[in-house]
Write a protein that binds this ligand. Sequence first.
Ligand code: UDP
Length: 194
Amino acid sequence: HKKVSVLGVAFDNQTKETFLEELIERVDHNQKSFVVTANPEIVMYAKKNPAYMSLINKADYVIADGIGIIKGSKMLGTPIVERVAGYDLMLALLEEANVKGSRVYLLGAKEDVLQSTVAKVQKFYPSIDLVGARNGYFDLSDASIIESVQATQPDMVFVAIGYPRQEQWIHQYLSTASKGLLMGVGGSFDVLSG
Ligand code: UDP
Protein backbone atom coordinates (compact mmCIF):
# COMPACT_ATOMS: atom_id res chain seq x y z
CA HIS A 1 0.00 0.00 0.00
CA LYS A 2 1.00 3.57 -0.66
CA LYS A 3 2.19 5.91 2.07
CA VAL A 4 1.36 9.61 2.11
CA SER A 5 3.37 11.99 4.27
CA VAL A 6 1.55 14.71 6.18
CA LEU A 7 3.97 16.83 8.24
CA GLY A 8 6.35 13.89 8.42
CA VAL A 9 3.85 11.23 9.46
CA ALA A 10 3.62 8.41 6.90
CA PHE A 11 -0.08 7.66 6.52
CA ASP A 12 -1.48 4.64 4.71
CA ASN A 13 -3.74 5.77 1.89
CA GLN A 14 -6.56 3.22 2.07
CA THR A 15 -10.27 2.93 2.71
CA LYS A 16 -11.69 1.45 5.90
CA GLU A 17 -12.70 -1.66 3.90
CA THR A 18 -9.20 -2.39 2.59
CA PHE A 19 -7.60 -1.70 5.99
CA LEU A 20 -9.99 -4.17 7.48
CA GLU A 21 -9.32 -6.82 4.83
CA GLU A 22 -5.55 -6.55 5.23
CA LEU A 23 -5.65 -6.50 9.01
CA ILE A 24 -7.91 -9.55 9.16
CA GLU A 25 -5.69 -11.40 6.72
CA ARG A 26 -2.68 -10.64 8.94
CA VAL A 27 -4.54 -11.86 12.05
CA ASP A 28 -5.54 -15.04 10.20
CA HIS A 29 -1.88 -15.68 9.43
CA ASN A 30 -0.71 -14.88 12.98
CA GLN A 31 1.31 -11.94 11.68
CA LYS A 32 2.08 -9.07 14.05
CA SER A 33 0.45 -5.70 13.31
CA PHE A 34 1.09 -2.33 14.92
CA VAL A 35 -1.78 0.03 14.11
CA VAL A 36 -1.67 3.76 14.87
CA THR A 37 -4.77 5.88 14.45
CA ALA A 38 -3.34 9.35 14.14
CA ASN A 39 -5.44 12.48 14.61
CA PRO A 40 -4.14 16.05 14.12
CA GLU A 41 -3.14 16.23 17.81
CA ILE A 42 -0.91 13.19 17.40
CA VAL A 43 0.65 14.63 14.23
CA MET A 44 1.46 17.91 16.00
CA TYR A 45 2.88 16.03 18.98
CA ALA A 46 5.04 13.88 16.67
CA LYS A 47 6.36 16.99 14.93
CA LYS A 48 7.71 18.22 18.26
CA ASN A 49 8.92 14.82 19.45
CA PRO A 50 11.25 13.11 16.96
CA ALA A 51 11.44 9.90 19.00
CA TYR A 52 7.65 9.55 18.87
CA MET A 53 7.66 10.42 15.15
CA SER A 54 10.11 7.65 14.39
CA LEU A 55 8.13 5.25 16.57
CA ILE A 56 4.85 5.81 14.74
CA ASN A 57 6.56 5.71 11.37
CA LYS A 58 7.68 2.17 12.28
CA ALA A 59 4.06 1.06 12.67
CA ASP A 60 2.62 -1.31 10.07
CA TYR A 61 -0.37 0.97 9.57
CA VAL A 62 -0.93 4.66 10.29
CA ILE A 63 -4.57 5.56 9.80
CA ALA A 64 -5.84 9.09 9.15
CA ASP A 65 -8.26 9.69 12.00
CA GLY A 66 -9.35 13.26 11.43
CA ILE A 67 -10.75 15.45 8.69
CA GLY A 68 -7.85 17.90 9.25
CA ILE A 69 -5.45 15.24 8.02
CA ILE A 70 -7.53 14.57 4.91
CA LYS A 71 -7.64 18.31 4.17
CA GLY A 72 -3.90 18.64 4.74
CA SER A 73 -3.17 15.75 2.38
CA LYS A 74 -5.30 17.40 -0.33
CA MET A 75 -3.51 20.73 0.06
CA LEU A 76 -0.19 18.93 -0.28
CA GLY A 77 -1.37 17.39 -3.57
CA THR A 78 -1.32 13.82 -2.25
CA PRO A 79 -4.94 13.26 -1.17
CA ILE A 80 -5.77 10.47 1.27
CA VAL A 81 -8.97 8.68 0.13
CA GLU A 82 -10.97 8.91 3.34
CA ARG A 83 -10.97 9.50 7.04
CA VAL A 84 -11.03 6.28 9.04
CA ALA A 85 -12.03 6.81 12.66
CA GLY A 86 -10.08 4.64 15.08
CA TYR A 87 -13.27 3.97 17.00
CA ASP A 88 -15.06 2.67 13.87
CA LEU A 89 -12.11 0.50 12.93
CA MET A 90 -12.04 -0.95 16.46
CA LEU A 91 -15.75 -1.83 16.24
CA ALA A 92 -15.25 -3.43 12.81
CA LEU A 93 -12.38 -5.53 14.19
CA LEU A 94 -14.49 -6.57 17.19
CA GLU A 95 -17.24 -7.58 14.77
CA GLU A 96 -14.79 -9.76 12.87
CA ALA A 97 -13.36 -11.18 16.10
CA ASN A 98 -16.91 -12.11 17.06
CA VAL A 99 -17.41 -14.01 13.80
CA LYS A 100 -14.14 -15.91 14.21
CA GLY A 101 -14.19 -16.35 17.99
CA SER A 102 -10.83 -14.57 18.19
CA ARG A 103 -8.87 -13.97 21.38
CA VAL A 104 -9.19 -10.33 22.44
CA TYR A 105 -7.50 -8.41 25.26
CA LEU A 106 -8.70 -4.98 26.44
CA LEU A 107 -6.03 -2.80 28.05
CA GLY A 108 -6.66 0.68 29.35
CA ALA A 109 -8.96 3.30 30.84
CA LYS A 110 -10.09 3.59 34.46
CA GLU A 111 -11.28 0.44 36.21
CA ASP A 112 -15.00 1.33 36.12
CA VAL A 113 -14.83 2.35 32.44
CA LEU A 114 -12.96 -0.86 31.67
CA GLN A 115 -15.55 -3.00 33.45
CA SER A 116 -18.41 -1.35 31.53
CA THR A 117 -16.45 -1.85 28.31
CA VAL A 118 -16.02 -5.54 29.13
CA ALA A 119 -19.79 -5.83 29.76
CA LYS A 120 -20.59 -4.14 26.43
CA VAL A 121 -18.19 -6.37 24.52
CA GLN A 122 -19.65 -9.50 26.16
CA LYS A 123 -23.16 -8.31 25.32
CA PHE A 124 -22.66 -7.19 21.72
CA TYR A 125 -19.88 -9.60 20.69
CA PRO A 126 -20.73 -12.75 22.68
CA SER A 127 -18.56 -15.09 20.60
CA ILE A 128 -15.35 -13.15 21.22
CA ASP A 129 -12.94 -15.06 23.43
CA LEU A 130 -12.19 -12.23 25.87
CA VAL A 131 -8.89 -13.49 27.26
CA GLY A 132 -8.17 -10.55 29.55
CA ALA A 133 -8.79 -6.97 30.58
CA ARG A 134 -6.68 -4.59 32.64
CA ASN A 135 -7.02 -0.91 33.49
CA GLY A 136 -4.55 1.58 32.02
CA TYR A 137 -3.01 2.82 35.23
CA PHE A 138 0.40 1.19 35.37
CA ASP A 139 4.03 2.11 34.86
CA LEU A 140 5.29 1.79 31.26
CA SER A 141 8.52 0.30 32.59
CA ASP A 142 6.62 -2.52 34.33
CA ALA A 143 7.48 -5.48 32.09
CA SER A 144 5.11 -7.77 33.99
CA ILE A 145 2.15 -6.14 32.21
CA ILE A 146 3.55 -7.12 28.82
CA GLU A 147 4.27 -10.64 30.06
CA SER A 148 0.80 -11.11 31.52
CA VAL A 149 -0.90 -9.94 28.31
CA GLN A 150 1.35 -12.09 26.11
CA ALA A 151 0.60 -15.09 28.32
CA THR A 152 -3.05 -14.94 27.20
CA GLN A 153 -1.95 -15.21 23.53
CA PRO A 154 -4.34 -12.58 22.21
CA ASP A 155 -5.07 -12.19 18.50
CA MET A 156 -6.02 -8.56 19.07
CA VAL A 157 -5.11 -6.12 21.85
CA PHE A 158 -6.87 -2.75 22.04
CA VAL A 159 -4.73 -0.30 23.99
CA ALA A 160 -6.65 2.65 25.43
CA ILE A 161 -4.09 4.47 27.56
CA GLY A 162 -3.73 7.63 25.47
CA TYR A 163 -0.87 8.77 23.25
CA PRO A 164 2.13 8.71 23.32
CA ARG A 165 2.18 5.98 25.97
CA GLN A 166 -0.04 3.55 24.10
CA GLU A 167 2.27 3.53 21.05
CA GLN A 168 5.38 3.23 23.26
CA TRP A 169 3.81 0.30 25.08
CA ILE A 170 2.72 -1.41 21.84
CA HIS A 171 6.22 -1.07 20.41
CA GLN A 172 7.68 -2.76 23.50
CA TYR A 173 5.03 -5.47 23.43
CA LEU A 174 5.56 -6.35 19.77
CA SER A 175 9.35 -6.46 20.10
CA THR A 176 8.95 -9.66 22.15
CA ALA A 177 5.56 -11.00 20.98
CA SER A 178 5.12 -13.75 18.40
CA LYS A 179 1.72 -12.60 17.17
CA GLY A 180 -1.06 -10.07 17.68
CA LEU A 181 -2.75 -7.05 16.17
CA LEU A 182 -2.14 -4.15 18.54
CA MET A 183 -3.95 -0.88 18.09
CA GLY A 184 -3.86 2.31 20.14
CA VAL A 185 -7.44 3.46 20.62
CA GLY A 186 -7.14 6.52 22.93
CA GLY A 187 -10.46 7.32 24.60
CA SER A 188 -12.45 4.63 22.76
CA PHE A 189 -13.32 2.62 25.87
CA ASP A 190 -14.87 5.76 27.37
CA VAL A 191 -17.08 6.00 24.26
CA LEU A 192 -17.94 2.29 24.05
CA SER A 193 -18.73 2.03 27.76
CA GLY A 194 -21.08 5.03 27.74
N1 UDP B 1 -5.60 6.53 30.48
C1 UDP B 1 -5.06 5.39 31.01
N2 UDP B 1 -3.91 5.49 31.75
C2 UDP B 1 -3.27 6.67 31.95
C3 UDP B 1 -3.83 7.84 31.36
C4 UDP B 1 -5.00 7.73 30.63
O1 UDP B 1 -5.61 4.30 30.85
O2 UDP B 1 -2.25 6.68 32.61
C5 UDP B 1 -6.84 6.39 29.73
C6 UDP B 1 -7.93 7.34 30.11
O3 UDP B 1 -8.65 6.82 31.23
C7 UDP B 1 -8.75 7.39 28.82
C8 UDP B 1 -7.69 7.21 27.74
O4 UDP B 1 -6.56 6.68 28.39
O5 UDP B 1 -9.64 6.28 28.80
C9 UDP B 1 -7.21 8.50 27.10
O6 UDP B 1 -8.20 9.06 26.41
P1 UDP B 1 -7.97 10.36 25.55
O7 UDP B 1 -9.27 10.68 24.92
O8 UDP B 1 -7.26 11.41 26.34
O9 UDP B 1 -7.00 9.78 24.41
P2 UDP B 1 -5.77 10.46 23.68
O10 UDP B 1 -6.38 11.49 22.78
O11 UDP B 1 -4.90 11.03 24.77
O12 UDP B 1 -5.12 9.35 22.94
